[in-house]
Design a protein around this ligand. Structure first.
Ligand SMILES: Nc1ncnc2c1ncn2[C@@H]1O[C@H](COP(=O)(O)OP(=O)(O)OP(=O)(O)O)[C@@H](O)[C@H]1O
Length: 619
């Protein structure tokens, strides 16, 4: 694969390669000498000469040594560096020190007084005046520079803090830039995109958009965590389009058959990729940019033809498998990517997709030269360290009061940290006999579609493909208009079912977890879980198909003794969202079962490797 070879590396893994590069060269140089016994004399002579040179140099340095000690000069790396370079160092060290001082001063200035030490600012703090700009040249080469507008500048700090508090916005920024949230659309800097009024359907940015835009528009890597249906697509689409629109478009040669994308968005499912592509396309077209969607189950030839017509395809939205195929055959190159997004990031980084993501991001320019964004509603600790390996000092924007979920009266939770369901969804759990599930489903559907609600959209989740087929047939035989979406259907059947459900031709859609994440279907009134999903995160995503964009929704879960391993985490989610917890559910226990690690089993401690260690001093 041409692109892979170009950069010849995999993200995450590369970091160690890069860091150890210099010492490695020195070791290798020594090794070369040692491996030549015939030159032992020369080696000894060289060593003697080196010692003499060092002594001479030390004497010289003693003479001219300033009060400041040069950082790192006595390392092997420094020894190996040329004289001229080491002579330049004192100046550089001084400058570094100055810069450091300057940075820490400005961080001090802009970090809220009651910050948590690691640059975490939240609505519960009072901040010093925020900086108006973060217009340092962008790492990815984008010409866009974010400048706080006067309209945002005139808002008082009290108003800003009230907004952060009310919207439960927490921003953790390792650089402490503390940029103000974009409270209104009019607070966005003017640009061609903004002048084309892309937000006319909305009244104000959602909290995740308001808080993440200033950072993403400044070229920073961003991790965005916000409830389902809260507008995360626009949160990454706007900075992506602004970034590309501000930068000169490379002109591919006529002979070049490869599509050189400048932005890539990776999605876990085909339907989500299509939906995201539609959203990005309409935004991109406002500024003359194009987007192509690549996903499995559809004709490769058609997609290849689309790429050929679009060798200047600006944005590629894709599922990992199909993207890998096109990378391998050379139809797509990611070596010009400035902007990379992992949508449903935790899913993309779990073990099902991890290798694909390494390959895809490894085909992009190194993380220092691209901007990487990750968005999701659920952010389990297991993926956090991995995520940061693909990013540079990411700003973490979290929406919602995500304290330890399911805490007892002492505030102590039992494991489900920061996992939160959309609070506008009414959650009901019924503990039932496994044999009575289908009958109960039928009753629930009839109840929910009574009278004027007869066409209300209802999404029914099953765990297995065969189960989805059985449930669909069961409902069909009882006169319910139903369609289904699962992995055993051909892509065109999946697309047809989804379209029929969206159009209202069928009001009930039976689905497996292929429909659990990201799908934005208007007016889904009810989600019914016939069988509990494999993880509690999937539960949060499934029920999140209702209650979107500020609306209310309802979810009913049929829980059986087979699902009892999930009772503890489900109780936590219900309590955190202030929902009723049925006594029957509590009987299964409230302990959250620890996930067993692939290699280390149940004794593995799931630590958040992205967090800094605490320094303990003993008296
Ligand atoms: N500022 C806004 N105001 C009102 N609605 C908005 C705004 N921005 C986006 N929306 C709408 O909100 C809906 C949900 O948005 P989106 O699909 O991006 O949510 P999400 O946070 O990605 O959800 P999920 O976690 O399920 O993937 C969409 O219909 C979108 O058009």
């Amino acid at each position: 694969m041409s692109t892979g070879k170009k950069h010849g590396r995999n993200d995450g893994e590369d970091q160690s390669v890069r860091v150890t590069k210099k010492p490695k060269t020195i070791e290798m140089a020594d090794a070369t000498i040692e491996s030549e016994p015939s030159t032992l004399k020369t080696y000894k002579k060289k060593k003697k000469d080196k010692k003499e040179r060092k002594e001479k140099k030390d004497k010289k340095e003693d003479k001219h040594e300033s009060e400041e000690r040069r950082e790192g000069e006595d390392t092997a790396v420094a020894e190996a560096e040329s004289e001229s370079k080491s002579e330049k160092k004192p100046k550089k060290a001084k400058q570094d020190k100055k810069d450091k001082k300057k940075r820490s001063k400005s961080a001090e200035k802009s970090t809220p007084i009651s910050d948590q030490g690691d640059g975490v600012s939240s609505g519960f703090t009072t901040a010093a005046p925020a900086p108006v700009t973060n217009s340092a040249p962008q790492r990815n080469g984008a010409a866009y520079s974010y400048r706080q507008t006067a309209a945002l500048g005139v808002m008082s700090e009290v108003e800003i803090q009230a907004f952060l508090k009310e919207q439960e916005i927490a921003v953790s920024d390792p650089s402490g830039t503390n940029l103000r949230p974009v409270v209104h659309f009019s607070h966005l800097p003017t640009s061609t995109l903004v002048s084309r009024k892309p937000f006319s359907a909305y009244t104000a940015p959602t909290p995740i958009q308001a808080a993440s835009w200033p950072h993403a528009l400044s070229g920073r890597d961003v991790i965005g965590i916000a409830e389902t249906g809260s507008g995360k697509t626009m949160a990454f689409a706007v900075p992506c389009v602004e970034s590309l629109a501000s930068s000169p478009k490379p002109t591919p040669s006529k002979k070049d058959k490869t599509a050189h994308a400048r932005a890539v968005v990776v999605s876990p499912t085909r339907e989500l990729a299509m939906q995201t592509h539609a959203a990005m396309s309409s935004l991109a077209s406002l500024v003359g940019l194009s987007a192509v969607c690549l996903y499995g189950g559809a004709s490769k030839d058609d997609q290849r033809a689309l790429l050929r017509r679009n060798t200047g395809a600006d944005i590629i939205v894709a599922t990992p498998g199909r993207l890998k195929d096109f990378l391998a055959e050379g139809s797509v190159s990611l070596s010009d990517v400035m902007f990379a997004v992992l949508d449903e990031a935790d899913r993309m980084l779990d073990k099902g997709f991890e290798e694909d993501i390494r390959l895809i991001l490894g085909s992009c320019p190194p993380r220092e030269k691209r901007q990487t964004l990750m968005f999701t509603a659920t952010w389990p600790t297991s993926v956090r360290g991995l995520a940061e390996g693909f990013m540079v000092d990411p700003v973490k924007v979290t929406i919602g009061n995500r304290t330890r979920a399911g805490g007892d009266e002492n505030g102590e939770g039992n494991g489900s940290v920061e996992l939160q369901a959309n609070s506008r969804i009414e959650q009901k759990v019924e503990v039932v006999d496994p044999r009575g599930k289908e009958q109960r489903l039928l009753e629930l559907l009839r109840e929910a579609q009574k009278g004027s609600a007869k066409n209300d959209r209802i999404l029914v989740f099953c765990l297995y493909k065969k189960e989805a087929v059985r449930v669909e047939q069961f409902l069909e035989r009882r006169g319910i208009r139903v369609a289904s979406i699962h992995g055993d259907l051909r892509q065109e059947q999946r697309t047809r079912s989804l379209e029929a459900f969206k159009a209202g031709t069928t009001s009930v859609l039976v689905a497996t977890d292929v429909a659990a994440r990201g799908l934005d279907i208007p007016e889904v009134k009810l989600v019914i879980n016939v069988t509990f999903p494999l993880t509690i995160e999937d539960y949060v995503h499934r029920i999140g198909r209702t209650g979107r964009a500020g609306k209310k929704g309802k979810a009913i879960t049929l829980f059986t003794e087979h699902d009892k391993a999930h009772s503890g985490s489900l109780v936590n989610i219900l309590r955190a969202a202030k929902q009723d917890v049925p006594e029957d559910l509590l009987k299964f226990g409230t302990t959250v079962k620890k996930k067993a690690h692939d290699a280390y089993g149940a004794f593995y401690k799931d630590v958040d490797t992205s967090k800094k260690a605490t320094k303990i001093t003993f008296d």
